[in-house]
Design a protein around this ligand. Structure first.
Ligand code: SF4
Length: 175
């Protein structure tokens, strides 16, 4: 069973997915938005003014998005519960940390999910080693621990390994 560690908790997050990523107008979004800028629908306090109408208004990319828990971990563990909405100096570092931790959490989720794909023993050893390289610190994530994890186990390497498996790779929700 995949860990509850990957369930997002928006109540503990500074609305990071509404600010950090680039949004491209298309089938899943009706607007363009550069990275590290607030969505025009985001209100003070991290609330979305079109939350109940997102599907009708074409924000399908928001409806099924998950950050794999990166949002609340970035906000609470790395920034002590603070928000870039209260302190604009945090906007850039919070966006960067969130996007990096998102890639780590997504990779960890993919590796845990791969355990159910019936992979051969030598690949299973590699899977466990990569997962161990991305283990969250016992005391919670810090910016330093995140940088060290990205150096030790780049998420692109995880994706390449998953593609090398016969039968393809698991597809994360929202992708
Ligand atoms: S980044 Fe994650 S936890 Fe934060 S608001 Fe978005 S989905 Fe929720």
């Amino acid at each position: 069973m995949v860990s509850a560690d990957f369930i997002h908790d928006c109540s503990q997050c500074a609305a990071l997915c509404c600010m950090a990523p680039t949004i491209n107008k298309g089938a899943r979004f009706p607007i363009d938005k550069p990275a590290c800028t607030a969505c025009p629908n985001l209100m003070e306090g991290g609330l979305c003014q079109i939350h109940a109408e997102r599907e009708d208004l074409g924000y399908l990319g928001c409806v099924d998005f998950t950050c794999f828990g990166a949002g609340q971990k970035t906000t609470q563990e790395m920034f002590g519960g603070r928000s870039w909405q209260d302190d604009p100096r945090l906007q850039e570092p919070m966006a960067r940390a969130f996007l990096d931790l998102f890639r780590v959490q997504e990779s960890r989720w993919l590796l845990q999910t791969a355990a159910f794909m019936g992979i051969p023993p030598e690949k299973e050893e590699e899977r466990r080693a990569m997962l161990a390289n991305m283990e969250p610190p016992a005391e919670g994530w810090t910016l330093e621990a995140l940088d060290a994890t990205l150096d030790r186990q780049p998420p692109d390497g995880v994706r390449a390994w998953l593609r090398s498996l016969a039968g393809g790779m698991p597809v994360p929700p929202g992708h």
